[in-house]
Design a binder for this molecule. Structure first.
Ligand SMILES: Cc1cc2nc3c(=O)[nH]c(=O)nc-3n(C[C@H](O)[C@H](O)[C@H](O)COP(=O)(O)O)c2cc1C
Length: 223
C-alpha cells in the first residue's frame, strides 16, 4: 500500500513539473519579443539605439564621428558633392536650410541673392546642429553666388562657435571657382584652421568622384 501511494505521488509531481515548465517558457518568449502576424517588433529602447548608431556610423573605415559635412545647395550640385565627400569620409551630413526657401525660378533667386548680399543680410536658418561641440572638422559646402557664399552660409558660420575647429571649404560654380569665399570664411572664423578648398564646376559634379578623392587624399583625410 505504501509503495502504491509513493508511486502515485511521484506521478503527480512529474505532471506538475511539466506544466510549470511549459508556463515559464511561454512567459519568457512573450517578454523577449512581440510577434504579431509573423512580424517581430523590438523594444523601443533597442530601436533608438540602432537608429542613432546608423546615423553616425557611415564611415568608410576612416575618421568617423568628429566630422560634420555641412552644405547649402539651391539646385542640387553642391548636395551631390557633399554626398560624395560623406560617402568617402563618413561623419554626419547636415543641410543648411533657410526658414524662407529661396525661389526656384532662376531670375527670382538671382534678384533675391543679389539684394541679400548688398544688404549684408543674414537669413534665418531652419536646421540646427545639435552638438557642434562634438565635431573637430567641419566641411562647409556652398554654390558660388556672386563670387562668395550665399548669405545663408554666412548665417551658419556666425551661428556657431567654430574656434579651434578645422573648416574645409568646398563649392560648386560656373567659372568663378571659390571666388573670395575663403577670405570671407577666414574673416568670419578667425580662430579656425581653414584648409585648401575644392571647387567643382556645376556641370561636372556627377563625374567628380576622382577629384573629390584626390583632394581628400592630399588633405590627409583619407589614405
Ligand atoms: C544667385 C546665383 C548667383 C551665382 N553666381 C555665380 C558666380 O558669381 N560665379 C559662378 O561661377 N557661378 C555662379 N552661380 C552658379 C552657381 O554657383 C552654380 O550653378 C552652382 O553649381 C549651383 O549649386 P547648387 O546646385 O548647389 O545650388 C550663381 C548661381 C546663382 C543661382
Amino acid at each position: 500500500m505504501k509503495k502504491l501511494s509513493a508511486l502515485i505521488l511521484a506521478i503527480l509531481m512529474g505532471i506538475s513539473l511539466v506544466a510549470c515548465e511549459s508556463i515559464n517558457s511561454d512567459r519568457i518568449r512573450s517578454d523577449e519579443d512581440s510577434i504579431v502576424d509573423g512580424q517581430q517588433f523590438s523594444a523601443p529602447g533597442q530601436e533608438e539605439k540602432t537608429g542613432s548608431k546608423a546615423e553616425g556610423d557611415n564611415t568608410s573605415g576612416t575618421e568617423g564621428n568628429n566630422i560634420l559635412v555641412a552644405y547649402f545647395s539651391h539646385s542640387g550640385n553642391t548636395r551631390e558633392i557633399a554626398n560624395q565627400i560623406h560617402g568617402r569620409i563618413g561623419g554626419d551630413l547636415f543641410e543648411i536650410v533657410t526658414v524662407n526657401p529661396y525661389p526656384s525660378e532662376y531670375g527670382a533667386v538671382v534678384d533675391q541673392a543679389r539684394k541679400e548680399q548688398a544688404d549684408d543680410y543674414r537669413p534665418e536658418l531652419a536646421t540646427k546642429v545639435e552638438n557642434m561641440d562634438s565635431y573637430d572638422v567641419v566641411f562647409v559646402g556652398y554654390p558660388n553666388w556672386f563670387e562668395t557664399m550665399p548669405m545663408a552660409v554666412f548665417s551658419f558660420l556666425e551661428e556657431y562657435d567654430l574656434s579651434g575647429k578645422t573648416i574645409v571649404p568646398f563649392c560648386t560654380h560656373e567659372g568663378s571657382r571659390l571666388g573670395r569665399s575663403v577670405e570671407d570664411i577666414k574673416r568670419l572664423c578667425p580662430q579656425s584652421t581653414i584648409l585648401d578648398g575644392l571647387a567643382i564646376r556645376g556641370g561636372d559634379v556627377k563625374n567628380a568622384q576622382n577629384e573629390v578623392y584626390e583632394w581628400l587624399h592630399e588633405l590627409g583625410m583619407i589614405e
